[in-house]
Every structure is written in structure tokens, then in C-alpha cells.
Design a protein around this ligand. Structure first.
Ligand SMILES: [Zn+2]
Length: 295
């Protein structure tokens, strides 16, 4: 496959086009080991991991990019994330039967809603809605960039339950804005990537794929970047998720048990909160005073 658990960027200087290729193996196995996912969900998780890895290379700041979807069908939710350090994580939840014969995209198209969220560590969160009208997840995401971001983009994603891989080609935003883009160049590169098969993307290393596709082009390849499965959950983030729930509900649970146990859905790490922790979460300013009542 394209180099496993690595991301590699490349650029066609003459054509003002950037590219990225990724292969995901160990981190994919880690994600799949968390549950016994039906096969189409495994495929979708692999494709989403590959997509997040590809898109993380266009983050201009420290933060994370996630793709999440909810549907009215058996697939209740699916989410994959990658941060600027190429830490990947993903999860899915489903209810009822999902047949091995279902296509990955058909799971999403049962009243599904998908969004790409970008969360900088500093600054505003951004969310874009992905229309689920394409024949594949790659086609839907590609259309998102073409339509919403006005950036000519070609995306190829592939996963088989063991390996996942992806390639993306995209016109550089600067050149798209200044209309300096050479359309013929883009069309030629776009057609070349369209000839790439799943077997090639999953079966060949980066160098072979890039040589096979672009041997007549001037392509500048950047050093590879390693990616890994890593959950960056923390007590703090877990706490801020609790604050979004109704306080009465949490108090009620705590009237029946001494601590509230929250486990991370991505990695199963457990965090405990007692009554005074909840007080601090909902009322960060008033810590000491209230707790020092005279009995
Ligand atoms: Zn976690």
C-alpha cells in the first residue's frame, strides 16, 4: 500500500497544484479493535481516517479537523479526527442490522448529515456541511471542496478493513483566487489521478504510485510525516462536555452514587467527577466560598 501510517505531500510547481498521499494501517487496526464493526462501517471508518489525514495537511494552524455524520438509518454516528500532529482517532455507533453487502456510502445516505469541523487551538471553530449526493464518500468530499471552497479538487479514498489509503490533488488556494490557474494543467493532472485504481493505491508504495501517475510531470515531493492512533482526550475536555448537559441530571446521578464516571468513547479512558468537581465545572468562579460553610 501507499506508505503505511505516513502522510506525504507533493507539489506541481508549474501547475500550482498540491497533492498528498496517505496510507493507514496500524492506526486503522487500533480504531477497528475498539468494536466489532460491520464490514461497511469498517470501510467507512478507513475512508474517513484517510480523508482526515489528507485534509489535516491543509490546516494552517495548530488544531484538529474532524468529519462527523449522523443518519436516520442503522449507522447512528461516525466520526474521524486528525490533528496538526497527525494523531488520528475515529469511532462509529450503529444499531440493528448492517449487511456486509451494503455499500459504505449507502449507510450515510439514509437521511445522513455530514460535516467537516475545523477547531483551531486558538480562535474560531469552523464547520462546513458536506452534501451526501455522490456515489462514494470521496465524491461527496470532493464536491464539497469544489463547490463550497471553490477549489478544484480530486480525492481518491480506499479501504478494505486492513489497509486504508487516500490521495488528494488540489489547486493551490492562492492561484485559484488570482485566476492564474492553468486549466489545461489541472485537467491533465486530474485525469491522471482518475486512472488510479483502489488496488494500486492500497497495494503500491508512494514512490511507485507517484512515478506511475506522474512520470511525465515535474513533481516535488516533501519528506514523509508519520501518523499514529492517539487519543488526546483529557479530564478538562471531558469536563467541558459535561457542562453542556443539564446540571440537574448530573446531580441526580450523584445522589445515587459517589462519583460520576465518564469514559472516552474513542479510547475507553475513564474520568471520575464527584459533587465538588461538578460544582467547579458549572461555577468556576465560586470555589472556596460556597464550600466553606459552617456546619
Ligand atoms: Zn480518549
Amino acid at each position: 500500500m501507499s506508505n503505511p501510517d505516513q502522510i506525504q505531500r507533493f507539489v506541481f510547481d508549474n501547475a500550482q497544484v498540491r497533492g498528498v498521499i496517505t496510507g493507514i494501517q496500524e492506526s486503522y487496526a487500533e480504531v477497528l479493535s475498539r468494536d466489532s464493526y460491520p464490514r461497511p462501517v469498517q470501510i467507512l471508518l478507513g475512508e474517513l481516517l484517510a480523508a482526515c489525514a489528507l485534509f489535516s495537511t491543509i490546516l494552517k494552524f495548530e488544531g484538529r479537523l474532524s468529519i462527523q455524520a449522523r443518519t436516520e438509518g442503522a449507522l447512528k454516528m461516525i466520526q474521524a479526527e486528525c490533528n496538526h500532529q497527525a494523531d488520528l482517532r475515529a469511532i462509529a455507533r450503529w444499531e440493528g442490522e448492517i449487511s456486509d453487502d451494503d455499500s459504505a456510502i449507502s449507510l450515510l445516505q439514509q437521511g445522513g448529515q455530514m460535516a467537516i469541523t475545523i477547531e483551531p487551538e486558538q480562535g474560531q471553530r469552523y464547520q462546513g456541511v458536506v452534501a451526501l449526493e455522490g456515489d462514494t464518500l470521496a465524491a461527496c468530499l470532493q464536491e464539497y471542496f469544489n463547490r463550497s471552497e471553490q477549489l478544484p479538487t480530486r480525492i481518491h479514498l480506499s479501504a478494505n478493513g486492513i489497509d486504508a489509503a487516500g490521495m488528494m490533488l488540489q489547486v493551490l488556494p492562492e492561484s485559484a483566487e488570482s485566476s492564474q490557474q492553468d486549466e489545461d494543467c489541472w485537467n491533465r493532472l486530474d485525469h491522471l489521478v482518475a486512472t488510479l485504481s483502489d488496488e494500486e493505491l492500497l497495494g503500491l508504495d508512494n514512490e511507485t504510485v507517484l512515478t506511475r501517475l506522474f512520470h511525465e510531470e515535474e513533481v516535488r515531493v516533501f519528506p514523509v510525516q508519520d501518523l499514529r492512533f492517539h487519543c488526546d482526550c483529557s479530564r478538562e475536555r471531558c469536563g467541558s462536555a459535561l457542562v453542556s448537559l443539564a446540571r440537574e441530571e448530573l446531580e441526580e446521578i450523584l445522589s445515587e452514587q459517589p462519583v460520576l464516571e465518564v469514559s472516552c468513547q474513542f479510547c475507553n479512558e475513564r474520568y471520575e467527577f464527584d459533587r465538588s468537581d461538578i460544582e467547579v465545572l458549572f461555577n468556576p468562579g465560586a470555589i472556596a466560598g460556597d464550600n466553606q460553610q459552617i456546619h
